[in-house]
Design a binder for this molecule. Sequence first.
Ligand SMILES: *Cc1c(COP(=O)(O)O)cnc(C)c1O
Length: 282
Amino acid sequence: MEWILHNGEFIRENELNVSKEDRGYQFGDGIYEVIRVYQGNLFTAKEHIDRFYDSAEKIKIVIPYTKDVFHKMMYDLVEMNEIDNGQVYVQITRGEAMRQHHFPQVTSPVLVAYPKKVERPVEMMEAGVKAAFVEDVRWLRCDIKSLNLLGNVMAKQEAHEAGAYEAILHRGEVVTEGSSSNMYGIKNGVIYTHPATNLILNGITRRVILELCKEQGITVQETAFTKTEALEMDEIFMSSTTAEIMPIIQIDGQNIGEGVPGELTKKLQQAFEANLKLTVKS
Ligand SMILES: *Cc1c(COP(=O)(O)O)cnc(C)c1O
């Protein structure tokens, strides 16, 4: 049985006790992170921890640990569960209070974290995946990694029912991001992606990719593109902590480029892999 983390204590998973009036359970009043583990190492841990604290601050939840203590807890969780390749899921809610919408006067946030073994989706990254356009009906604070995921969940379900791996969200004509990933289009060697505004979640993988592009001399424009432009791109790919760099070869049944993963996407995948191997060794 796995060890999980509950408010700073390591317990067995069957010992977890969460209140019926936890505000995360009733309102989705909380935030979360998913951190990748490669060969027992937390990948880009600092960036994920910073974003976790930023998201919490944006909804006025105070995390009662220093970032160093928090980092150590995540590390111990991975070690105690002997996770080689996998991920850590961590969330914090505003905690238990009598059900009323406004914040309780006294809050005791509830933090839960648990790890999971996951292999890299190597075959899918090689073959590419299909996507479907879905209208982005989420709220206007998509920059917060909120537990409120109804908009994302419904978009993913719509894509899933259409036989697609990911939903490409658009507000009107403008492509924003995926249901749980960031979106990129490539035209004539230039990579386009929505700027990191309140309309998208600024992925840690996105930041790694932008950094790699800089190193490789690949031009990136943080400029949004439309649905029509998406269909005319040479290549499309998405990124996330678990999917890494995932080529999109079809949207709504229409081929992107030749309908196979593109050259620049493959080059970025290689750079990403080299980067994570370096990080893991150090
Ligand atoms: C988490 C998430 C991403 C990807 O972020 P990573 O840090 O790269 O995993 C993109 N979009 C949404 C809506 C997300 O929740």
